[in-house]
Design a protein around this ligand. Structure first.
Ligand code: GZL
Length: 307
């Protein structure tokens, strides 16, 4: 069927209340909870009616939610793809139904970028590079090997792929820096603790832990302490996110360096939805702003953290 012209659709939609279908990854981490709150609060502020689903970190659940939103003829669909691949079919269904899609937080690896209007999220490779640069600097005078273990995020997810790539690219500059073990902790505390216990059993001398998010670092800290070691001292810890509990651990010197990943994407998302529905062209990529924090910084910054 020939869909009405974009302008006609845009005008018709611009004045009626917008309905957004949002398919969230899950509730796996402090970051995710802050992200969900930001989306829900921002929808209220923007006067956008929000249909919200939690996929418990399963791609098939996200795809089901997107199909439901298509059937319900929502005005716009937004989601954070739990993994990078396997989205083309359902995104084509949304496109054929004339429903614009906005990606937030995580990316898809679809070659056809007409399948979504824009991707609002962090540069995860840059986050990995920031973590790597701090490690290279800390061990620039190291004479013997520095043994690094890595807790990766959800297998196949953009943050896990890119944080690994960025970190690896930077630490290559010093052959003394060796990743002796690297495994997914699925971004959760429980899994992070479990995998860290395994790392500690298998490796007698671990110098550094690089965790792709604070929740896995916090689980690992429990395992390190139960093994009678001091996190932040016997094992140097770098993590990504900068959620409240991460900042608390950093301010106690248990995490030595935190690379912030901003979950407060709700405002940008609602604005993008309004722009898309009023026919505005959006840049394909909107990168969120974020910083880095040492333990010292975290102590000072803790009172100002919103999540
Ligand atoms: C990153 C986001 C990641 C966080 C994790 O933008 O997708 O997922 O780093 C969260 O804490 O689970």
């Amino acid at each position: 069927a020939v869909s009405p012209s974009t302008a006609a659709v845009a005008t018709a939609k611009a004045d009626k209340k917008i309905t957004m279908g949002f398919a969230q990854v899950g509730a796996e981490s402090g970051w995710r909870s802050a992200n969900t709150k930001s989306v829900q609060d921002s929808a209220k502020e923007a006067g956008i009616e929000l249909k919200f689903s939690d996929a418990q970190q399963k791609q098939e659940n996200q795809i089901k939610s997107i199909r439901t939103y298509i059937q319900q003829k929502v005005d716009v669909i937004a989601f954070s793809p739990v993994v990078e691949s396997g989205w083309d079919t359902v995104l084509k269904e949304a496109k054929d139904a004339g429903i614009p899609v906005i990606l937030t937080d995580r990316a898809v690896d679809s070659k056809d970028t007409s399948l979504y209007k824009t991707f609002i999220g962090s540069d995860f490779v840059e986050e990995g590079r920031s973590a790597g640069k701090w490690v290279v600097d800390k061990y620039k005078d190291a004479k013997e090997t520095v043994n690094i273990v890595e807790l990766q995020g959800t297998t196949g997810s953009a943050p896990a792929n890119d944080r690994k790539a960025g970190f690896g690219e930077i630490i290559k500059s010093n052959p003394n820096l060796k990743i002796i073990a690297s495994q997914t902790g699925d971004f959760t505390r429980a899994k992070g603790k479990e995998v860290m216990q395994a790392f500690l059993k298998a490796n007698k001398n671990i110098n550094v832990l690089y965790a792709h998010n604070d929740d896995m670092a916090l689980g690992a800290i429990q395992a390190i302490e139960e093994a009678g070691l001091k996190p932040g001292k016997d094992i140097i810890i770098i993590s990504v996110d900068g959620v409240k509990d991460g900042f608390v651990a950093a301010s106690e010197g248990k995490i030595n360096f935190i690379v912030e990943c901003n979950p407060l994407l709700g405002g940008q998302l609602m604005q993008a939805a309004k722009d898309v529905l009023s026919g505005k062209e959006l840049p394909k990529r909107i990168v969120t702003k974020e910083g880095v924090f040492t333990s010292e910084d975290a102590k000072r910054e803790l009172p100002n953290r919103q999540y």
